[in-house]
Write a protein that binds this ligand. Sequence first.
Ligand SMILES: [Zn+2]
Length: 170
Amino acid sequence: MYGERVEGESPGSCCQPAPGGEACTGERPPLPAACPACGGRLKEVAAAHVLHHLRRPREREVAGRYGFCPAAGCPLVYAGADGRRFAVSDLRQPPAYKTGNPADLLCYCFDVDGREVLSPAGDAAVAFISERVRAGDCACDVLNPSAGCCLGSIGTYRKAAGAGPGPSAP
Ligand SMILES: [Zn+2]
């Protein structure tokens, strides 16, 4: 016969990820007030989200809360409340606006990269993404390193490249 389990002594037992992505509500060390690399605003994401996007072996270091830096060109992606930092090179698939490489992804749900949104097919790609988002078919909260909708970053990316809606220069 096995003895009873000792409740309350297993570390991290309160941290089962819930469908909403919320974890513990216990003591929470504060996130950095701003991106330590560029000084921009950080968007809070869950540790589980960070885990989904890091290459090994860095994924083993993930714990606690993180802020995502959405700034284009900034090499920092996630900054932890515990001081851990994860950069573009730590991501499995860093976004095009971070790497500066148009071959990298912008829309992680429907496989749209920087080249496509800057090409003459860009409007159609954005229209397709918008349509699927409206239909509730996107999974940005999990698939996108930002944990948010890609449409905002695509608009910013096109604007920065001088390619708005409509035909763009080659
Ligand atoms: Zn930054």
